[in-house]
Ligand binder design. Structure first.
Ligand code: FE2
Ligand code: FE2
Length: 208
């Protein structure tokens, strides 16, 4: 049941996601990894790719928050909360790495956030089975996207690679968790729509 208190709490979380620094309980995966001597164009490429990943994590925050607002089963709510905590760590790792590379975060993050929050809330409203199926498919697509980044990142940029690799492991874990909780396999057109949506976001966030 939606109530004003929950909406205010989630609104506050949204503001914090967008405007304050995220923190990680686990050590950053690139802690202790040596910085490679990247040239300017490599640095720029890495920063742009990590900016895309940061925007993806902004979306993940909003999706999980939207779902937490509307998911009905308390067990599902608890599991979503646990996964969301890992997503907050991803947010911290990617933001830190973008800044380390001399890059900036996407100026469109408030837009990505709002769109994903609405999507998450909608998925939560159509019932836990579809909500979890949607979550699982999202995490699968994010996993595939992260794999493609491992090919695109400069080979020597071991720091960014360490972050992306750990995120990949976590996202696949989230996908499996959602299916284990009773997620349904989405119809192919829904998966396709989600892929198109993801492509628009990644292409735009790469530039701005
Ligand atoms: Fe993530
Ligand atoms: Fe995830």
């Amino acid at each position: 049941m939606l109530n004003l208190d929950r909406i205010i709490i989630e609104f506050d979380k949204g503001l914090r996601t967008l405007f304050s620094e995220a923190h990680s309980v686990r050590p950053h995966p690139d802690e202790g990894v040596m910085e490679a001597p990247l040239d300017e164009s490599e640095k720029k490429r890495s920063a742009a790719l990590m900016r895309v990943n940061h925007s993806g994590e902004i979306c993940a925050q909003a999706l999980y928050q939207g779902q937490a607002l509307t998911a009905k089963d308390p067990v599902v709510q608890k599991k979503l909360k646990q996964a969301a905590a890992e997503e907050t760590e991803h947010l911290a790792w990617t933001a830190h790495r973008v800044h380390e590379l001399g890059g900036h975060l996407s100026v469109l993050n408030p837009l990505w956030y709002t769109g994903s929050l609405a999507l998450g809330a909608f998925a939560g409203l159509i019932g836990d089975k579809w909500n979890l199926g949607f979550l699982s498919e999202t995490e699968q697509q994010v996993g595939a996207h992260l794999q493609s980044h491992l090919e695109k990142l400069p080979a020597e940029d071991e720091k960014s690679r360490a972050i992306v690799s750990q995120m990949y492991t976590d996202e696949i874990g989230h996908s499996e968790m959602a299916m284990a909780l009773g997620g349904a396999v989405l119809p192919a057109p829904a998966k396709m729509l989600m892929k198109i949506n993801g492509r628009v976001m990644t292409k735009t966030a790469y530039r701005i």
